[in-house]
Design a protein around this ligand. Structure first.
Ligand SMILES: [Zn+2]
Length: 207
């Protein structure tokens, strides 16, 4: 567990995308993109080493429904009773109500689709979902992608990668809609924060 700011830490033992831990308030903790279920026990041990407990989690924030971000969410939710925040368009894909847009996602979804977590709170647009925590609709990588901002930290998900303190586009073949991705990236770049916490590049200070 690497502390980045007074409230945000990086859970480096998660398996899959980067997973973050946020102290929102005295009795409110969020975990962001918990990764694959196979990493659950590793993360639990990592938290205990840091004097924390998985059972502190009250909110599960999913930037999007890709399996490497969301696979463990249902099990985290069962064990903690937390609320789960996810874009409505991505939730529809997890339930099978909508088809993934790209042939690549259609293929991977047949192999492994995350279970839709319980306690679901659907996101569809910008909203302050908890005091000081803002969801930012950043569709493109997936139709329901949302980034999250807490004070000086931007949780970017797969809307971008961070290189040398700057946000750069994800490889185009990973995005459902490249035009929307470009708009989302431009939007995130304009936000003044100190930290970028991305899904697939190390968290870094903004330059
Ligand atoms: Zn993704």
């Amino acid at each position: 567990m690497k502390q980045l700011t007074d409230r945000v830490s990086w859970l480096t033992d998660a398996v899959g995308a980067n997973c973050y831990w946020i102290d929102l308030g005295p009795d409110q903790v969020a975990i962001v993109d918990p990764g694959f279920t196979v990493g659950l026990n590793r993360v639990a041990r990592e938290l205990r080493r840091a004097g924390r407990s998985p059972y502190e989690v009250t909110e599960i924030l999913l930037t999007h429904g890709d399996v490497d971000h969301a696979h463990a969410a249902a099990e985290w939710q069962r064990r903690t009773g937390a609320r789960t925040w996810l874009g409505a368009a991505d939730a529809a894909i997890l339930t099978g109500a909508a088809r993934p847009a790209s042939p690549r996602r259609q293929f991977t979804s047949r192999i492994l689709t995350p279970e839709l977590p319980g306690g679901l709170q659907l996101l569809d647009g910008d909203a302050e979902i908890l005091p000081g925590l803002v969801a930012l609709k950043t569709a493109g990588h997936t139709p329901g992608h949302h980034a999250f901002r807490l004070a000086n930290t931007l949780l970017v998900g797969d809307a971008a990668l961070c290189t040398e303190g700057r946000l750069e586009p994800m490889p185009a073949f990973l995005d459902d809609d490249v035009r929307h991705s470009a708009a989302a990236l431009a939007r995130l770049r304009a936000i003044e924060v100190d930290w970028y916490c991305c899904g697939h590049s190390e968290p870094a200070r903004r330059r």
